[in-house]
Design a protein around this ligand. Structure first.
Ligand code: SAM
Length: 277
C-alpha cells in the first residue's frame, strides 16, 4: 500500500533532493540557459509593464535562475529557499540577498515587493495556499506575480495514455520527464524514487495542475488579472531543432489559437497575476 505523504515528508524530501542534486542542477536543467532565458526575460519585462522595478522576491530560488533573469529589470534581488546547499550557488556578483526560509513564512516586510516570481517551484509544495498567501502579503498593491514551468495535468494525463510508441524519439523524450523521471533520477543521480516523487509532490503524486483550477486558487487568495498561459507544445524542443524556430513559433501560435481543445498538448503552465491596487 502506498503511504500517504504529509507536509513534513514533502518538505524534507525537497531539502534532501535539492541538497543532493545541487551541484548538478544547472547543467541538468535546460530551462536555465538558451532560448528559455530570453523567453522568461521577455515575460517579466511585460509583467512589469516594460518599466524598471524595485524589489524582486524569488520564491524557491534554487541556484538563482530568476535572480539572473531579473538582474537588469529590478534594483533589489531577494531569493527565498529553505535548502542552504543549493542557495549557496546563487552567483555572488548578483549581490542578491538570499533568505534560507520556508516560503510559507518569510521575514520580508509586508507590501514591499514590486514583483514576486516562482519558477519551476509551485509544484514542489505540499499545499499552494500558504505560499500564495505569503506572496500576497509581501507584494505591494499593484505588484506582479509570475510563476512558470509548472506541469499541466492535462498533458501529464495525455502522455500517460501514450506509452505505446517506443522508438519514437519525440515521445521518448517527453516521457523521460513525465512518466520516467523517478527512474531517471535514480539512474543518473542515485536519488531514491520516493524522494523524487515527494519532492515534486504536486506533479508526480497529484499529477499536475488543471489550468482553470490553478487560476481559481490564485483568485481565492486575492490576486486579480490572473492569466494562465499554456507553454511548450508536445515535442517543441524537437520541432525547434528539426524544423527551425520560425516553424515552431507558428505551430505554437496555431495550437494556442485552438485552446482549450489543445490544452493537453502543452506541457507547462505560466501564471501572470497582480495584487489589486
Ligand atoms: C526545482 S527548484 C527551482 C529552482 C529555481 N527556481 C529554478 O527555476 O531553477 C525548487 C526549489 O524550491 C525549494 N523549495 C521547495 N519547497 C520550499 C519551501 N516550502 N520553502 C522554501 N523553498 C522551497 C527547493 O529547495 C528548491 O531549491
Amino acid at each position: 500500500m502506498t503511504r500517504v505523504l504529509t507536509k513534513r515528508d514533502v518538505e524534507m524530501a525537497n531539502q534532501e533532493f535539492h541538497r543532493r542534486f545541487a551541484d548538478r542542477y544547472d547543467e541538468d536543467n535546460q530551462h536555465i540557459g538558451g532560448p528559455n532565458f530570453q523567453r522568461v526575460h521577455d515575460d517579466i519585462h511585460s509583467a512589469l509593464g516594460n518599466r524598471p522595478a524595485g524589489r524582486l522576491v524569488d520564491l524557491g530560488t534554487g541556484t538563482g535562475f530568476m535572480l539572473r533573469v531579473c538582474q537588469d529589470l529590478c534594483s533589489e534581488l531577494i531569493g527565498v529557499d529553505f535548502t542552504a546547499e543549493i542557495s549557496r550557488l546563487v552567483p555572488e556578483d548578483l549581490h542578491a540577498r538570499v533568505l534560507i526560509e520556508n516560503t510559507e513564512r518569510t521575514s520580508i516586510e509586508p507590501a514591499s515587493a514590486d514583483l514576486i516570481t516562482a519558477y519551476s517551484f509551485l509544484h514542489h509544495l505540499f499545499d499552494l495556499e500558504p505560499t500564495l498567501r505569503e506572496a500576497h502579503r509581501i507584494l505591494r498593491p499593484g505588484g506582479a506575480l509570475y510563476a512558470g514551468m509548472d506541469p499541466n495535468k492535462r498533458f501529464w494525463d495525455f502522455l500517460k495514455t501514450h506509452q505505446d510508441a517506443r522508438g519514437n524519439p519525440i515521445i521518448e523524450r517527453e516521457s523521460r520527464v513525465v512518466t520516467r523521471i523517478e527512474k531517471v533520477m535514480e539512474d543518473e543521480a542515485g536519488i531514491e524514487p520516493e524522494i523524487t516523487a515527494a519532492a515534486e509532490y504536486q506533479k508526480i503524486v497529484l499529477g499536475g495542475f488543471e489550468p482553470a483550477a490553478l487560476q481559481q486558487r490564485l483568485e481565492a487568495v486575492g490576486f486579480v488579472d490572473v492569466r494562465v498561459r499554456h507553454d511548450w507544445f508536445f515535442g517543441e524542443a524537437f520541432a525547434r531543432s528539426e524544423l527551425g524556430d520560425a516553424v515552431a513559433d507558428g505551430i505554437a501560435r496555431h495550437l494556442s489559437a485552438c485552446l482549450p481543445a489543445t490544452s493537453h498538448l502543452f506541457k507547462y503552465l505560466t501564471v501572470f497575476a497582480r495584487k489589486p491596487c
